[in-house]
Design a protein around this ligand. Structure first.
Ligand code: FAD
Length: 303
């Protein structure tokens, strides 16, 4: 059965099909074991064919963006990882709308909007990743969130494309509720007209703020924990004396206490052990429960 699937996926999918692909190559933490399959469909039709094939063989799948918020365990991912990087539609619609595909890089979207003289998404400039990931996480910075200017969202589930208005969606701090197996395909944003030089100034401001606070020097996934209701996560991690704590190759950054960094040879197990230690120590010191912002997937390495 696996042989039949292997033959068909190569024959029927037009995009890139990789076998036993190390996820460490596709995550900003640079850890993670192999995905059985790693596929980059050429377009939505190709994605539909892939999903049909996976369904036929009952093979599970995980859609990823840029892997900037992803911790993949050392045993890797059983099933198929799907990258939508080729769904890169990017166009202006009418006076103030922009349509973008799930695979568009946040930086490219920001540059496009500046060129078009459309303001509202500048804060995205320093958030690495692709639009699908930004929407799935409701990414945000500097008081803005990607859902602020969202008008409509198109998703794919069970071979059906559905377009929803923002008012039909449920989202909040670093989450957008999607159904199991629901894939973000594209979105439309309503923006406001502004002079490109003014937009450029805002972009520069966001970049400068990041340069000062987030140049941690080692691979990372941005904020590892969500900010709890009690205050910023870094404050509790720092206050509990955890800055610089290291387990294996994973370290609490000395520059930004809510960034866990890969000092070179870290494994996913190192990050998981460090995260558990951080949570336990913060709980003991402050009675505060930290929750991971980073999405943890895959299975542990078999002994
Ligand atoms: C240096 C640095 C700074 C950062 N700063 C910020 C910040 O200021 N604010 C912030 O919010 N985040 C920040 N992040 C985290 C990260 O950049 C964001 O969460 C980003 O939106 C993740 O996008 P991605 O494409 O890499 O998604 P991934 O990490 O690949 O995926 C994240 C989640 O989205 C799901 N997903 C991805 N694409 C789709 C899709 N098409 N359909 C359905 N589900 C999908 C994945 O399955 C996964 O669950 C930072 C990260 C780094 C490394």
């Amino acid at each position: 059965m696996i042989k039949a699937f292997s033959e068909r996926i190569v024959r029927e999918i037009r995009g890139t099909v990789l076998r036993s692909e190390l996820m460490a190559r596709h995550t900003s933490l640079r850890v993670g074991g192999p995905a059985d399959w790693f596929v980059v469909p050429t377009d939505t039709d190709d994605l539909q064919s892939l999903l049909t094939l996976l369904g036929e063989y009952e093979i599970p799948f995980l859609v990823v963006g840029g892997g900037y918020n992803l911790l993949v365990r050392d045993g890797g991912i059983r099933g198929c990882v799907i990258s939508l990087e080729r769904l890169n539609l990017l166009e202006r619609e009418g006076d103030c709308m922009v349509q973008a595909g799930a695979g568009v890089e946040n930086g490219a979207l920001v540059r496009f909007c500046r060129k078009e003289g459309l303001s509202g998404l500048e804060f995205l400039v320093g958030i690495p990743g692709r639009l699908g990931g930004a929407l799935a996480m409701n990414a945000g910075a500097g008081g803005g969130e990607i859902t602020d200017s969202l008008e409509t969202l198109v998703t794919l589930k069970d071979r059906t494309l559905t377009k929803r208005e923002k008012s039909q969606l449920v989202f909040g701090y670093r989450f957008l509720i999607l159904e199991q197996g629901e894939i973000v395909i594209k979105a439309a944003f309503r923006l406001t007209k502004a002079d490109p030089s003014v937009i450029g100034g805002r972009i520069a401001g966001f970049l400068e703020k990041r340069r000062i606070t987030q140049q941690v020097g080692y691979p990372n996934a941005g904020s590892f924990f969500k900010n709890p209701a009690e205050g910023p996560a870094w404050h509790f991690i720092d206050g509990a004396g955890l800055r610089g704590l290291r387990i294996g190759g994973a370290e609490v950054s000395t520059i930004h206490a809510n960034f866990l960094v890969n000092r070179g040879e870290a494994s996913a197990a190192d990050f998981l052990a460090l995260a558990a230690r951080v949570k336990e120590t913060v709980r003991e010191h402050y009675g505060v429960e930290l929750q991971e912002e980073v999405i943890i997937v895959g299975e542990d390495r078999k002994r």
